[in-house]
Design a protein around this ligand. Structure first.
Ligand code: 8OZ
Length: 360
């Protein structure tokens, strides 16, 4: 029987425990959309996690959707992230980077030359984003042409290569939370015809081509992926999530990925949305690699879930924001710090690097 505190090898990455820091958007990038010194300190403080999944980072200038999120496409960004990975490794931790394209969840003011966001569709999301002017409705997107998809896949490939150059142990492809890849996956958004629209196989094609490119570039043992079958966030659910995500996991299974990361229920909300049953265990049975679950785990639920073999890894989000030494607090069953919810997005050290660890 494994416990949450036991080491585990996932693909090419050896973890000291199964307590994972979930990817968390904090909007504190500095000039050039670079991870700055505060971000180095923030991740260094959390290096006792079995694995840190560093925050969603845009793979290109067109992939950004919120103010002050970091990128992984420029030399300055690689150099900034190198400071982070060096600090985490020096503290004995492991860290991968989440690769992000927001698709239609963006605003022209955030994009090069005021461009329209790109998506699977030209329909506008019913969603807000955060810009220099505050919270505003997202802009109307332009549907990507099929002949633009190879360039998009190259952006993912280059971002993965850049992440390795920046010293990351690997990458997680962000295919969750209704951003670009999920805008292709779901029939509630994807209204295309042609090779990337219509059937489940066609809607899943972009994700699978991205995974193919990224694993070719850096190795499957350094690659993970995140899915959120039942999250609504900025788009309705697919008409048949069980069939869609079942197909995806069946196609991901032979790739030899380091892990698959699944958000249960509504991201950041309820684990059990009413009337929306989903059989996550069926996906787990179909996937041979390490299985990571996330969303609202208490200490008890995390311990039980790993002990019962329902997951290999548990990702914690908000608990890791408030409590840099979360691993120790869980091990010693000590209370966590209180989260300052008004300091989640943007700002400086307050609510970022000033949460205390337990004294020795
Ligand atoms: C909160 C605010 C902005 C972005 C996600 C990357 O939900 C995000 C995100 C979360 O995956």
């Amino acid at each position: 029987m494994s416990t949450l505190f036991d080491p585990i090898q996932i693909g090419d990455i050896a973890l000291a425990n199964r307590i994972i820091m979930a990817p968390l958007t904090r909007n504190r990038a500095v000039e050039g959309k670079v991870a700055g010194p505060l971000t180095v300190e923030y991740y260094r403080q959390r290096a006792s996690a079995g694995l840190i999944i560093a925050e969603a980072s845009q793979i290109s200038p067109m992939a950004q959707g919120y103010l002050d999120t970091p990128g992984i496409y420029s030399p300055e960004q690689i150099a900034g992230w190198r400071q982070v990975t060096d600090a985490v490794h020096a503290a004995g931790g492991k860290i991968v980077l989440q690769l992000w394209h927001v698709g239609r969840i963006s605003h022209t003011s955030l994009l090069p030359d005021g461009a329209a966001p790109v998506s699977s569709t030209a329909n506008t999301a019913n969603a807000m984003t955060f810009t220099a002017e505050g919270f505003v409705p997202v802009s109307t997107p332009r549907a990507l042409r099929d002949d633009e998809i190879p360039g998009l896949i190259e952006d993912y490939r280059r971002a993965a290569r850049n992440a390795i150059a920046a010293g990351f142990d690997g990458v997680e492809v962000h295919a969750a939370n209704t951003y670009l890849i999920e805008q292709f996956l779901r029939d509630s958004v994807n209204d295309r015809s042609g090779p990337y629209g219509g059937s489940i196989a066609n809607r899943a094609r972009l994700l699978l081509e991205v995974m193919q490119a990224v694993t070719e570039e850096i190795g499957a043992g350094r690659t993970g992926v995140r899915l959120s079958p039942m999250t609504t966030f900025t788009a309705p659910l697919d008409s048949n999530p069980q069939a869609l995500y079942g197909y995806i996991v069946e196609k991901l299974a032979p790739l030899g990925l380091a892990y698959l990361h699944v958000i249960e229920g509504e991201t950041g909300g309820t684990r059990t949305p009413e009337g929306k049953e989903f059989d996550y265990a069926a996906l787990h049975r179909a996937f041979p690699g390490a299985w990571m679950l996330n969303n609202g785990y208490s200490r008890e639920l995390a311990l039980d879930t790993v002990a019962n073999g329902k997951a290999d890894l548990i990702a914690f989000g908000r608990p890791f924001i408030s409590t840099p030494d979360l691993v120790r607090r869980l091990r010693e069953d000590k209370p966590l710090n209180e989260l300052r919810a008004d300091k989640l997005y943007g700002g400086g050290a307050e609510g970022y690097t000033d949460y205390p660890a337990l004294a020795d």
